[in-house]
Write a protein that binds this ligand. Structure first.
Ligand code: ADP
Ligand code: UDP
Length: 238
């Protein structure tokens, strides 16, 4: 089944062809990047933790009626997925102010929003993933109006599902990034959901349990990711 030809190597995952043109193997590596790839370090076990974290979340979303690319986990660090035609637009949902939003608009860190905020960014490291509007996506042919509306609708549904699940384990889902792609005419959730692409704050202590530990050099990055996984009931196999 695994053809083994490397299709592309991203900053944190590698995608390999299989003998089925409709599937890929995603290999989650220990490489950890920040600031659009300016900083890259190896964090032991991150590939395994994120692969197994992502498998859990994709399963949860599937059970809640969201179509995802995930088929099955193959090993500690690899998963079989449907091969999507990726849309080069990152969908960000925010429940509280953090990260680039705080810098861009000067709002206070942690501000709660009455309704979740939905933003679009162009996936382009060389340009530092600039924020775009729906009109840019349409004008440059990155996604159609219908596709963008589906991506927004799915992102907000995913936010409701995950906000609820994380709050059950004492965590606030502050914000997260999703990537979607086309699969036989449908918009399907791709890429990954792991602490690398979201912000999670402990409700009791305010502690950051996500990639901000790496970005801000707080230490204990993989310990925090593993703690979240354990609270979700995931036993990480190495
Ligand atoms: P980056 O591109 O940000 O460096 P990764 O290291 O995570 O990120 O690389 C994974 C690459 O695989 C990304 O370009 C992502 O868009 C792509 N990808 C994720 N899921 C799929 C899929 N199901 N089909 C095709 N490509 C995918
Ligand atoms: N994010 C991501 N990949 C990116 C940009 C953002 O996974 O290329 C995630 C990030 O981890 C956070 C959310 O999207 O959970 C919003 O990120 P933000 O725009 O605040 O940018 P940052 O401060 O992370 O650069």
């Amino acid at each position: 089944m695994v053809d083994g030809t490397l299709l592309y190597q991203g900053k944190a995952k590698s995608a390999y062809l299989t003998d089925d043109p409709d599937t890929l193997v995603l290999a989650f590596r220990d490489d950890t990047s920040a600031f659009d790839g300016e900083v890259i370090e190896q964090l032991a076990h991150k590939g395994a933790v994120n692969n197994q974290f992502n498998a859990y979340i994709m399963g949860l979303l599937h059970d809640a009626g969201i179509e995802t690319h995930f088929i099955q986990r193959l090993s500690a660090t690899t998963s079989l997925v449907r091969r999507l035609e990726m849309i080069p637009v990152e969908c960000v949902v925010r429940n509280r102010a953090a990260g680039s939003l705080v810098k861009r608009l000067g709002v206070e860190l942690g501000t709660h929003f009455e309704e979740p905020l939905f933003e679009l960014f162009l996936k382009n490291d060389a340009l530092h993933d600039p924020m775009i509007t729906e009109h840019h996506a349409k004008a440059f042919g990155w996604a159609s109006s219908t596709e963008l509306h589906t991506m927004m609708d799915l992102s907000l549904r995913i936010n409701a599902i995950l906000t609820h699940r994380f709050s059950e384990i004492g965590l606030d889902l502050i914000d997260f990034k999703l990537e979607f792609g086309r699969y036989h005419g449908r918009i399907v959730l791709g890429d990954e959901f792991s602490p690398d692409g979201c912000r999670l704050w402990d409700q009791a202590t305010g502690e950051k349990m996500d990639k901000d530990r790496f970005r801000q050099r707080l230490g204990g990055v993989i310990e925090a990711y593993t703690d979240v996984a354990t609270r979700l009931g995931i036993t990480i196999e190495s």
